[in-house]
Design a protein around this ligand. Structure first.
Ligand SMILES: Nc1nc2c(c(=O)[nH]1)N[C@H]1C(S)=C(S)[C@@H](COP(=O)(O)O)O[C@H]1N2
Ligand SMILES: [Mo]
Length: 340
């Protein structure tokens, strides 16, 4: 455990959750036992926690299509969460907050208008092409993506703009998908691409950004257990505004790395150039690990506003996930100035 790195941030001891509780909460909820197990975990881990019941009409929007592909997604979702808190004791953001305050520039740069503009975005059928430097390139349909055991992970998400949320994701480790296609020894990075659907994404018609949205990870980052491909949140299928049907979540990096609505994943040997590196190379780097000590060129990253709270919280190195990921950056070629 890399306690030393954390202790720089002065976490009050009352906020530190025993590692055992932390691990059990982070465990994926398995199949139909999810709701029951979730209740138990919440009861011993956090006395005040009540498992959250099904959300409101959010999932219904997805369910109405009734295609075979959509029902695979629905079948895999337990409809509940295991705890109302993350491993630090931070409360979850509400389904309402998570689904109405979004960054998704393919629709609009206005966070509160993403949800209405993305409402009818077609997310099934869907395919993700996985290829490049792999032995077994494969096109995954929704059914195959949902065949990976769906787990819950409660993660903090820190946007580079200085706000954050706590989100109970459903999904599976990215490593599982990568292992299935067998990266060759030449593969060093993973490149992700979002769908570029001009008909249904009004923002893509604007030439302000170099579409499609592209992001990347170094292969060892991609294989880290914290990196997941998410298919749902609050135990329900993702809504389009959150990147349905499948998006990346890398909680120790700024939110823009967590690319939405992925259609292509390539294993490559050179560092991919992301949309943000292309659009503003002086402001956004490849690694983009959350770091309170490295300011964005135009603002400090020392604090953040948790959506739903007044005042600001201190931003944590690696967004508080240093124990799990700090070792990835011992490498001398890691450039901390590429943090934001
Ligand atoms: N394709 C795509 N992915 C994206 C974005 C985007 O504009 N397009 N915005 C990013 C940013 S800046 C953030 S903070 C998160 C927001 O995720 P959320 O709306 O699900 O909270 O998505 C990231 N993924
Ligand atoms: Mo962001």
């Amino acid at each position: 455990m890399l306690i030393k790195k954390r202790s720089r941030i002065e976490i009050p001891s009352s906020e530190i959750t025993p590692k055992s509780v932390y691990l059990s909460r982070r465990h994926f909820m398995r199949g139909a036992a999810a709701a029951v197990a979730g209740g138990l975990l919440a009861a011993c881990g956090a006395p005040d926690a009540e498992p959250v019941a099904d959300g409101d009409g959010a999932a219904t929007t997805i369910a109405t299509g009734n295609s075979a592909e959509e029902s695979y997604v629905l079948d895999a979702m337990p409809g509940t969460v295991s705890s109302n808190f993350d491993e630090r004791g931070d409360p979850l953001n509400s389904l309402e907050e998570i689904t109405t305050y979004n960054n998704y520039y393919e629709f609009t740069t206005d966070k509160t208008r993403v949800a209405p503009l993305a409402k009818n975005f077609p997310t099934a059928p869907w395919q993700v092409d996985v290829g490049g430097l792999v032995n077994k390139p494969k096109t995954f349909g929704l059914e195959e993506l949902m065949a990976f055991e769906q787990e819950e992970r409660i993660y903090r998400m820190r946007c580079v703009e200085g706000w954050s949320m706590v989100i109970p994701w459903m999904g599976f480790p990215l490593s599982k998908l990568l292992n299935e296609v067998e990266p060759t020894s030449a593969a060093k990075y993973v490149r992700f691409e979002t769908i570029e659907d001009t008909d249904n994404m009004p923002g893509v018609r604007s030439s302000l950004f170099p579409w499609p949205y592209v992001e990347g990870l170094r292969l060892d980052e991609a294989m880290n257990d914290l990196a997941i491909l998410s298919t749902g949140l609050y135990g329900q299928p993702l809504l389009p505004q959150n990147g349905a049907p499948i998006r990346l979540v890398v909680p120790w990096k700024y939110g823009f790395k967590s690319i939405k609505s992925i259609v292509k994943i390539d294993l490559v040997d050179t560092m991919p150039e992301s949309l943000w590196m292309k659009a503003a190379p002086n402001e956004y780097g490849f690694f983009a690990t959350v770091n309170p000590n490295v300011p964005h060129p135009r603002w400090s990253q020392a604090t953040e506003r948790r959506i739903g709270e007044f005042g600001r919280r201190e931003t944590l190195l690696f967004n508080g996930y240093g124990d799990e990921v700090a070792h990835l950056y011992d490498d001398p070629d890691y450039d901390t100035t590429q943090s934001s």
